[in-house]
Ligand binder design. Structure first.
Ligand SMILES: O=C(O)CCC(=O)C(=O)O
Length: 306
């Protein structure tokens, strides 16, 4: 790393990120900034229409990842994916729609002015991206509000993000912002520290030629190394905390068993060509009307090479 002064992070924080594969930055957003995002998320939930909604569920479990059109065409839209437990046996909502949504995705950072401001026009995000030197020329490719509804908010099983947002070489970086207090009871994130160094990306989530989505192996099963040893660390968060998530670090969150929601806003960045190749098999594709937006205004990416 060169001696360019850091703008926002401390050197210790940068080192912690590269050692553990994640970094919590307390109080990254002010109370006002955080409340603006939470209020906007709740307005979106209030205003969306169930009339043309296919009642799509969302889960990241290997067997039943939603592969339907509503999910596959959501990259450049604001769409609403429901908690599994919000539907009865007849597929009807068993609660108010505002309390039924698991997540809102995936084009908030482009389409919604409040989320756009905090993602693409945020000097603090730009400073963190420059300090971290994780990418030469980062672009934002997707965003979500994850609601973790009271009592039913679904678990997010252990995964790493580069499996789902694959580039060659892997380059995903998550920017996850707590909009509410996150506790062990309402499904705070937990991490396997250092697993980004020992758990390679062994499979990738793809759009199947036959329709829907699935996983494609990147290395033969017999070459998949054993799961890294270690203990998951729970990261309780306060509203406004930012957690930077290395695309290869294993992380998860448990079901919300509490009477408190756990809203979070998360967006992901990847590296641009020529440093990484984005693949046409990825479920999420840029469109001519909505290409992936740059985080940094870099006329010559070489200037930022670490
Ligand atoms: O918010 C959660 O519970 C999971 C988020 C996550 O896994 C991610 O943003 O990569």
């Amino acid at each position: 790393m060169s001696a360019t002064p850091l703008e926002y992070l401390l050197l210790d924080q940068v080192e912690q990120f590269y050692r553990d594969g994640y970094l919590r930055i307390p109080g990254f957003l002010s109370v006002e900034e955080t409340e603006a995002l939470l209020t906007r998320a709740k307005q979106l939930l209030e205003n969306f229409s169930l009339e043309d909604h296919p009642l799509t569920k969302f889960t990241t479990g290997d067997d039943n990842h939603v592969g339907d059109d509503y999910f596959l065409t959501s990259g450049d839209k604001i769409r609403y994916f429901l908690e599994e437990d919000a539907l009865d046996n007849n597929g009807k909502l068993n609660r108010e729609k505002q309390k039924a949504v698991n997540k809102i995705g995936h084009g908030l950072h482009e389409l919604d002015p409040v989320f756009r401001e905090v993602t693409l026009n945020n000097p603090k995000i730009k400073a963190v991206a420059r300090d971290l030197r994780f990418h030469h020329d980062p672009v934002a490719l997707q965003s979500m509000v994850i609601c973790k509804q009271t009592h039913i908010g679904g678990e997010v099983p252990e995964h790493n993000d580069s499996t789902f947002l694959y580039t060659d070489p892997p380059s995903a970086l998550g920017c996850w912002i707590a909009l509410e207090k996150c506790t062990p009871e309402n499904g705070a994130l937990s991490f396997l520290p250092g697993s980004h160094l020992t758990a390679p990306i062994t499979k990738r989530f793809v759009r199947l030629p036959t329709g829907g989505t699935g996983f494609e192996e990147l290395i033969p099963p017999e070459q998949v190394p054993p799961k890294p040893e270690g203990k998951y660390i729970l990261e309780a968060c306060s509203p406004g905390d930012l957690v930077l998530i290395h695309g290869s670090v294993l992380h998860k969150s448990e079901k919300n068993t509490s009477p408190y929601t756990r809203f979070a806003y998360t967006f992901h960045m990847i590296e641009s060509p020529p440093y990484a190749k984005y693949d046409e098999k990825n479920w999420l594709q840029p469109t001519p009307k909505m290409p992936f937006s740059k985080i940094l205004d870099i006329p010559n990416p070489e200037v930022f090479a670490g």
